[in-house]
Design a protein around this ligand. Structure first.
Ligand code: XIL
Length: 328
């Protein structure tokens, strides 16, 4: 008898999965059994929701929200303001140059308000701003078009518009390399600034794209404690534990080696022991996929390379990692 993942963990946190139309439609029962929260992998991103100015395409997002409602699942909205997967028209003016601050703020507001009002009361939390912090160097913010055109306060504005649109939604800042001490301090500093200026932010999303050795358990623990010290909620938003073949052609590959699988099992055990220690501040853990039959890491960062980062194998069977997590 295979236990339900989310039921085993229900006293600790919600357990979510990122889905796309293909994985959702082909694995409905399985998803409902193991997860009580959903994130759209791509269909709530700017380029998908508003490919052309004023032309909103909600079909896939509507399907996900309706499915979640029907099955009494939580929904995390992902994402409103990001430097990726945002169409060029957002930043351009009609003459092919870049637009001005006022116009971009209006476009940002219109997008946020239109999307969030549509799902008011149905999307519990939103990743309002995604990946705005610079990875390296002393610069705080990434040099994105949002920052170049609006200025550093684009983050404040995004959260203010979001809170206006749906005052009941929990608003998150979400980022990767979140446990790296240098980047952690930048995320902390930026977020602390938001709080001090009275900007409505309720949580930090730790993407948790992790691998077998990085980040260390100590660094993850320090990041959780540092962010939690701001009094914010924490969500693990895009968890996966990357293990991949060194071959570059996925057709050669059937499964991870026994050694890789064993290392991943130990890693998942350690990670969930740690996350459960902090279940008073971590209210949700979402995996960036459902099972190893499909993961974005199959193509990233090396095109065509096969990865097996999740708790279920490509036949939707629980891996040893799953049994460690549910038996903790
Ligand atoms: C990824 C999707 O999984 C891919 O399908 C897409 O091609 C690129 O984006 N950080 C994020 C997510 O916040 O939105 C990204 O999702 C993965 C990294």
């Amino acid at each position: 008898e295979i236990p339900s993942l989310y039921k085993v963990l229900k006293n600790d946190f919600l357990v979510g999965a990122a889905v796309n139309p293909m994985t959702l439609n082909s694995q409905k029962e399985f998803i409902v059994k193991h997860f009580n929260s959903l994130t759209s992998e791509n269909n709530m991103k700017f380029e998908n929701l508003q490919p052309e100015e004023g032309n909103f395409t909600f079909d896939h997002a509507d399907d996900l929200v309706a499915f979640a409602k029907h099955n009494e699942m939580n929904v995390r909205g992902h994402t409103l303001v990001w430097h990726n997967q945002t169409p060029d028209w957002v930043f351009d003016n009609k003459n092919g140059g870049i637009t001005d601050r006022q116009t971009l703020l209006e476009r940002m507001k219109n997008h946020i308000v239109t999307v969030m009002e549509r799902y008011k009361g149905q999307i519990n939390s939103w990743d309002v701003v995604n990946e705005a912090i610079a990875d390296n160097g002393t610069q705080l913010l990434r040099d994105s078009k949002w920052k170049q055109i609006i200025g550093d306060d684009f983050i404040d504005k995004a959260f203010e518009f979001a809170h206006m649109a749906d005052p009941g939604a929990e608003l998150f800042y979400n980022d990767y390399n979140e446990s790296d001490p240098e980047k952690r301090e930048k995320i902390y500093t930026m977020t602390k600034g938001l709080i001090e200026r009275g900007v409505p932010i309720h949580g930090i999303g730790l993407q948790a794209h992790w691998n077998l050795s990085n980040p260390s358990l100590d660094h993850i623990r320090e990041a959780i404690e540092r962010y939690a010290s701001l009094g914010l909620k924490l969500h693990i938003t895009e968890m996966d534990v990357s293990v991949f073949s060194f071959e570059d052609k996925r057709t050669d590959l059937k499964a991870p080696t026994a050694e890789m699988a064993a290392e991943q099992t130990q890693r998942y055990k350690n990670l969930f022991e740690l996350l459960r220690e902090y279940s008073d501040v971590i209210s949700s853990v979402t995996f960036w996929g459902v099972a190893d039959n499909y993961t974005w890491l199959d193509d990233f960062p090396v095109r065509g390379r096969k990865n097996w980062p999740l708790l279920f194998d490509r036949d939707l069977k629980p891996k040893q990692s799953f049994w460690e997590v549910v038996d903790l």
